[in-house]
Design a binder for this molecule. Structure first.
Ligand code: G3P
Length: 227
C-alpha cells in the first residue's frame, strides 16, 4: 500500500519522511490554507523536501473543466512529472479527467463520497480515486464499507485505477482497508504516528534496554561494548 502524508506542514513532513517509509504528500486547498502561506511557495517547498521522484498530489481550483485543465498543467510545470493532479469528482471534473488522461497527465478523482462517483472518475481515466472515509462515517454511512464496495467495482470492471483512501480519523480505519488490500492511503501525521502509538510497544523496548544494562552496565549499545 502506498502511504502518503495528508498535510502541508513542512516541519511535520520533514519529521515523518525521516522515520517512516512514506511515498509522498497529498494536499488540497483546505490543507494548504492551514499553513497560512502562499500555496505555490508551500508546494514548491514540499517538492524540495521530497526530492523529484516522490509523488505530490495537488488540487485544481476552478469549477469548470477548462480551468481545471489549465491548473493541472500549471501544477505539473511547477512540481514536475511525479505530480498527481486532484480533480473534484463532479460533472466538469470528469470532463477534465478524461481530457487530462488523454494528454498523459496523472489524475486523482477526489471528493468521493459515493461509489458511482468513483466509477465515473475511473472510467474517465483517473489513476486514483480518493474516497473520504471519515466524512462518509459522519454522514451516517460506513466509510470503510463504501471503500470496499468501490474496490469491488474497480476490480469487476477491470479498471487500473487505485483507491487513495483519505479522510481518516484513526488507525483502525486504515488497518481495515490495508487488510482489504487497497493500494494507497493518505493520513494526517497524528494518524500515521498512531500506527505505533501503544504503551505495550514502549514498555517492551524499555525492557530490552533495562535487561541489556544488567549485562553491560557501562555501554549504551553493542558498538560501544565492542569499542
Ligand atoms: O485528502 C482528503 C482529506 O484531506 C479530507 O480529510 O480530514 O478534511 O476529512 P478531512
Amino acid at each position: 500500500m502506498e502511504l502518503y502524508i495528508d498535510d502541508a506542514n513542512v516541519n511535520e513532513i520533514r519529521r515523518l519522511i525521516d522515520i517512516y517509509p512514506i511515498d509522498g504528500v497529498t494536499t488540497n486547498p483546505s490543507i494548504l490554507a492551514k499553513t497560512g502561506s502562499n500555496p505555490v511557495e508551500v508546494l514548491k517547498e514540499i517538492r524540495t523536501i521530497l526530492g523529484p521522484e516522490s509523488r505530490i498530489f495537488a488540487q485544481t481550483i476552478p469549477m469548470d473543466a477548462d480551468g481545471m485543465i489549465r491548473d493541472a498543467h500549471a501544477l505539473v510545470t511547477l512540481l514536475g512529472k511525479h505530480t498527481v493532479v486532484k480533480i473534484p469528482s463532479i460533472p466538469e471534473g470528469f470532463k477534465a479527467i478524461r481530457e487530462l488522461s488523454q494528454q498523459g497527465l496523472t489524475t486523482c478523482g477526489t471528493v468521493v463520497y459515493t461509489p458511482m462517483q468513483a466509477y465515473l472518475a475511473a472510467k474517465a481515466g483517473a489513476a486514483y480515486v480518493a474516497p473520504y472515509i471519515n466524512r462518509i462515517d459522519n454522514m451516517g454511512f460506513d466509510g470503510v464499507e463504501t471503500v470496499k464496495k468501490i474496490q469491488m467495482i474497480l476490480n469487476l470492471h477491470q479498471f487500473k485505477t487505485k483507491i487513495l483512501a483519505a479522510s481518516f480519523k484513526n488507525s483502525q480505519q486504515v488497518l481495515d482497508l490495508c487488510a482489504f488490500g487497497i493500494k494507497a492511503a493518505t493520513c494526517a501525521p497524528s494518524v500515521i504516528d498512531g500506527f505505533v502509538k501503544n504503551a505495550a510497544i514502549d514498555s517492551a523496548v524499555q525492557d530490552f534496554l533495562k535487561d541489556f544494562s544488567k549485562i553491560a552496565p557501562n555501554s549504551a549499545s553493542i558498538a560501544d561494548l565492542i569499542g
